[in-house]
Design a protein around this ligand. Structure first.
Ligand code: NAD
Length: 510
């Protein structure tokens, strides 16, 4: 995920904290009714920032400014637009380490994970640098005698981006670079739970020289989002978050005639067959389940051990050993291997999920509820938690907990494991661990999910592929980044043309 070459430590300065709104090329304080305090997840006695949300009038102003900037930006040739992307890319590289530290401060994840978060977002910026090639339409000369046809991709107008808290750099960067490269104006409404990094990225994009109004930032939560989604000047909405909100955003947006892509939550299964290379698979399983404290839409949260009882036990025991070895700590502590969760609210939600598993009768093999990081007594820590004897209809087997909590299911064979994975309402990702090509083929053919992994736990498609799930993990038609994003941020125009006087002679041109 992270490039050894590029991610070597840089000298860092204290990161800029952008808490305002970026409207018409200026940072302005919010004028809305709510101010949210952001606390350091590793130490809630430390306030990182306070962010006052935008007023609805400010949302309106941002949309109007973006709409006013659109004709000029749309008329800017694609190769010229790409140059802003190249400059943006250089600015992110220049400030890479500062931004990674900012991600740790507001989200709590480990610094290595924060670097990965930014690096994966940067991949999308690099993809968008190739916009001239990506926007090439198709042509067919002579669709009829002396008639040519070609299709052109044109920007849709003003696009709003509404990301979640868990990837403060990557997810805004799934949206903004491609939307802008395609010729759209873009307004980011960062997650109110982690708004600083996205705001900083918009600042850098503007610093790359973008004309006023091409990018904007609006701070806020549900009310501000809804104002953006229904605003007459906004043509498309890119949303990533929980399924309940994704569904609501999709429904509200489409009702108002908007184009919407809404990526939702997940309950991802990791299936381990008896022939898997266990020593080499366990680090991948641990990374997938406990990386970012399980706060990833591609986090594995169900571990399905396949085989007879002894084979299942071998998987569970190796996994448990890996989980027990994790060390909780501040994201900036290089020896830590399990980061805090975002906030006290998230911690309470996760603890309630664990409690539900206990109530339903699952067996707690590893209980992280009282785990602490001694050097950080005021951190939002939840230790690695593993349930065994989980039944498929239990809450902890079906629903997203979004924390370092794993439910073990047991299956006698691959057929049963696939049936269990397909039974859920989500369809984001599923991974299989095996040495068998035949099992892999059956898995590929039968699994009902958008992103599959073979012998790796986090099968995140790279920027040049598209990213998205099935079922309740996705609402819409076109996925995030890659070719789908170019299609999402553009409209097709088919031109059919005939030029009188240029007719080919009956015997042909040659
Ligand atoms: P969330 O749904 O609470 O919030 C996401 C965004 O929606 C935020 O910007 C928030 O301000 C906004 N919002 C909240 N309520 C809204 C409403 N009623 N109408 C419009 N906008 C509203 O999600 P979260 O807690 O920030 O993030 C975690 C969730 O995101 C998890 O469910 C996770 O699986 C999901 N996620 C999915 C993907 C994916 O690719 N499918 C990626 C990352 C995270």
């Amino acid at each position: 995920m992270t490039s050894q070459l590029k991610d070597k430590p840089q000298k860092t300065t204290r990161p800029t904290l952008h808490t305002g709104n970026f409207i018409a090329g200026r940072w302005v304080e919010g004028e809305g009714p709510t101010t949210r305090r952001l606390l350091n997840p590793a130490n809630i006695t430390e306030q990182v920032a306070a962010v006052r949300e935008a007023s609805l009038e400010q949302v309106d102003e941002a949309c109007t400014t973006a709409a006013a900037a659109f004709p000029g930006w749309r008329a800017t040739p694609a190769p010229d637009r790409a140059r802003f992307l190249f400059r943006f890319r250089e600015l992110i590289e220049k400030h890479f380490e500062d931004i990674a530290q900012l991600i740790v401060r507001e989200n709590g994840k480990l610094l290595s994970e924060a670097r990965g978060d930014l690096r994966r977002g940067l991949d999308v910026v690099e993809f968008a640098c190739g916009i001239s090639t990506l926007l090439m339409g198709k042509t067919l000369p002579e669709i009829a005698r002396n008639v040519d046809s070609h299709v052109a991709l044109e920007p849709v107008g003003v696009v709003a981006g509404i990301p979640p808290f868990n990837f403060p750099a990557m997810i805004p960067l799934w949206m903004m670079p491609i939307a802008v490269a395609c010729g759209n104006c873009f307004i980011l409404k960062p997650a109110e739970k982690a708004p600083l990094t996205g705001s900083r990225l918009v600042e850098l994009f503007a610093e790359a020289g973008l004309p006023e109004g091409v990018v904007g930032v609006i701070q806020g939560g549900k009310e501000v989002s809804e104002k953006l989604i229904t605003h007459p000047q906004v043509q498309a909405i890119s949303f990533v978050g929980s399924s309940a909100v994704a569904e609501a955003v999709y429904s509200l947006g489409t009702k108002h005639g908007k184009r919407v892509q809404a990526l939702g939550g997940a309950k991802n299964h990791l299936i381990v067959l008896p022939d898997a290379d266990l020593p080499r698979s366990v680090p991948a399983l641990i990374g997938a389940t406990f990386g970012c404290a399980g706060q990833r839409c591609l986090a594995g949260s169900v571990l399905t051990a396949v085989g007879d009882k002894a084979q299942q036990d071998a998987v569970v025991s190796a996994f448990l050993d890996g989980a027990k070895a994790l060390k909780l700590g501040d994201g900036l502590d290089e020896s830590a291997t399990l980061c805090p969760v975002l906030s006290t609210e998230q911690k309470q939600r996760i603890l309630a999920g664990i409690e539900r598993g206990v109530q339903e009768g699952a067996k707690l093999l590893l209980d992280g509820r009282n785990a602490t990081a001694p050097s950080h007594p005021h951190g939002c820590f939840v230790g690695a938690t593993v349930f065994d004897d989980v039944q498929p209809d239990m809450f902890i087997a079906r629903e997203e907990i979004f924390g370092p909590v794993v439910s073990v299911l047991r299956a006698k064979d691959l057929d049963e494991a696939i049936t269990l994975a397909n039974a859920g309402r989500y369809g984001n990702s599923v991974s299989l661990f095996t040495k068998s090509g035949a099992a892999a083929k059956e898995f590929r053919m039968r699994i009902q999910a958008g992103m599959l992994g073979l012998n790796l736990g986090v099968p995140a498609p790279m920027a040049f592929f598209s990213f998205g799930g099935w079922k309740n993990s996705f609402y819409g038609d076109l996925n995030a980044h890659g070719p789908d994003a170019v299609a999402f941020y553009t409209k097709k125009k088919v031109v059919t043309e005939r030029w009188f006087g240029a007719e080919a002679p009956k015997e042909g041109w040659v």
